[in-house]
Write a protein that binds this ligand. Structure first.
Ligand SMILES: Nc1ncnc2c1ncn2[C@@H]1O[C@H](COP(=O)(O)OP(=O)(O)O)[C@@H](O)[C@H]1O
Ligand SMILES: [Mg+2]
Length: 296
């Protein structure tokens, strides 16, 4: 079941503003696996769009298609009205599309500052930037993401949560128009999650359009205006966070048919909490499944 974009979501959006990114029938096949299958939706300038779905749903693959890391088997993707299918990631980086990787990949022997400076040289403003300017940009971004105290530390010495923040800094230094965040909050707890949500709102306030893949439902509900839900490579729902987390098809995708049937008759379950609980269990079971090779 696909729930169309609802009037409550459309309200407040200027009908004259064209989408920043348009995905039509995007499909990616790996051998016999349809990682992404016939997905279509739009991303509008300035919005924070959530992309959720159980492990293996195709979220990272979709990000790979948008950023040129993988080429769709079928379908079209346009950015600012122009097709980007077949473009290399560095070309798209210069054009204003930046992403973080689910498996963080800093240059381990470089410092935090050097890592972010590489991002500054690689992105939209990179071609016209001297090394000194790249370091200035890096310093500004490092302060913005609150990594100042770690500026001179080598990237591989950072705890995972800070490496994720470094990933965000590297991507931000590229001065993107569209930023795709692939599970940057995994491993964060309590106040760290609140701080990360603040950071996302601050990035959005800079006018950057954000796509966020996140299992922590508090984050999706707290920062996203609209959510697209994937399951087995297909889009199964689209709507506000409230709409998708109370959608039986979404609950079923996460929790299985039995759970959905049990709850359909009575009061709706607190879906957000239930989804999170289920994901935590799945993550524990599937630990180590996400080897870096799967990213590409
Ligand atoms: N490079 C690849 N080669 C083969 N199969 C892949 C590759 N990348 C992803 N897949 C498969 O595609 C499906 C979707 O994976 P992925 O996009 O990583 O899901 P998610 O990010 O939602 O957890 C999975 O079945 C995964 O094993
Ligand atoms: Mg993924």
């Amino acid at each position: 079941m696909t729930v169309g974009t609802t009037p409550s979501v459309e309200r407040g959006r200027d009908a004259n503003v064209p989408p920043l990114l348009q995905i039509r029938d995007a499909t990616k096949r790996y051998g016999g696996v349809m990682a992404v299958q016939g997905i279509s939706f739009d991303i509008y300038p300035g919005e924070i769009l959530g992309l959720i779905g159980p492990n293996g749903a195709g979220k990272t693959t979709l990000i790979n298609l948008i950023t040129g890391t993988a080429k769709p088997t079928h379908g079209t993707i346009t950015f600012e009205g122009r097709s980007i299918v077949g473009r290399r990631p560095y070309v798209l980086g210069r054009g204003g599309i930046a992403r973080t990787f689910q498996i963080v990949r800093p240059f381990a022997n470089l410092t935090v500052r050097e890592n972010v400076a590489v991002g500054a040289m690689y992105g939209a403003g990179g071609a016209r930037r001297s090394t000194a300017e790249a370091f200035r940009k890096a310093d500004e971004v490092i302060d913005f993401v609150h990594l100042g105290a770690q500026r001179g530390a080598s990237a591989d010495s950072l705890p995972v949560a800070w490496r994720k923040r470094l990933e965000v800094a590297k991507a931000l230094a590229m001065e993107p128009k569209l930023l795709l965040l692939d599970e940057v909050m995994a491993g964060l707890r309590g106040t760290e999650i609140d701080q990360a949500m603040e950071l996302i709102r601050a990035i959005s306030a800079r006018g950057i359009t954000i796509v966020i893949i996140e299992h922590v439902m508090k984050v999706i509900v707290g920062v996203c205006e609209r959510v697209v839900v994937l399951d087995y490579g297909k889009k199964i729902a689209e709507g506000t966070p409230g709409e998708v987390t109370s959608n039986p098809a979404v609950i079923e995708a996460y929790l299985g048919k039995k759970y959905a049937q049990e709850h359909r008759a009575g009061a709706p379950p607190t879906a957000a909490a239930a989804i999170e609980e289920e994901i935590r269990a799945a993550e524990t079971e599937g630990a180590g499944k996400d080897e870096p090779g799967r990213q590409f």
